[in-house]
Design a protein around this ligand. Sequence first.
Ligand code: GRG
Length: 307
Amino acid sequence: MSKKFISQPTRTGSFDLQNFLAAKTAAVNEALDRLLPSEKSKPATIHRAMRYSLFAGGKRIRPALCLAAAEACGGKESAALPLACAVECIHTYSLIHDDLPAMDDDDYRRGKLTNHKVFGEGIAVLAGDALLTVAFEIAAKCKGWPRYGHQKLILELASASGSLQLIAGQVADLEGEGKKISANELQYIHERKTSALLCCSVRLGGMSANCTAAQLKALTDFGYHVGLAFQVIDDILDVTQTSDKLGKTAGKDTKAQKATYPAIVGLEKSRKIAERLTARAFEALKPLGRCAAPLRGLAEYLLKRDR
Ligand code: GRG
């Protein structure tokens, strides 16, 4: 994992987040490599394009949250890994499509040229489609648990990525460009565009540990608030960091006249909002006890991150 990932070691009690993230990123990369068709599989172009974006150096936050949630419920990493990979595939698809000229029209992502800049728009659309599809294939092939059979797992992925959540958020984002929108409408966008998939990641981690209904409720509450905090911080970073640091074009939100927390309430209040949301996420973890240390560490890191 790149040293850039965390500029300062984050510690929650005796928990070492830097080591946790390095280990989980390595496990996820190895599993993704195993679960996806090789670059040589015919047609090679599409598999090269899928792998190009998947292995471009993303922070692997969603898989890390999934694995940490499994640990919080006493589960095994090996059981949660396929679901962690499925979520990362959906996330990467959404970034490839988000960068297309018809959407945000971006040239850089994860510090590299965007998928369509390298492979052309047609292949980039298909690479996104194929990553979305393979996520469901991976979930369908995983083992399933007594409380959470395949139907529940697949429904979880479908509802988080469908037209009422991830895509709804993107539609509202597109339609809100250049318009004055309220803080409530902005929250609607953040809940769907960002929080839904982060929440799905932790819920799937819990499911892979065959968690109880009470544990799933705690994870859902945590994921919702961490997801909202994540997007507020993302908006703050867009105006405070350089493109080089972010690995994508900074200042895009302002340029596209997008509604963001910094634009609506200013930077200082936005930071306070992110802190308040993170505190709510910590609160949600109480019923999970000490095993939730990795989730706590991740929430703290997400609040303090600089990229
Ligand atoms: C269906 C045509 C079509 C498009 C779907 C749903 C969608 C497009 C786009 C939403 C993608 C988006 C930009 C969501 C916002 C969430 C966000 C801040 C993503 C960046 O996440 P990081 O920082 O990225 O975890 P890395 O690269 O580190 O994985």
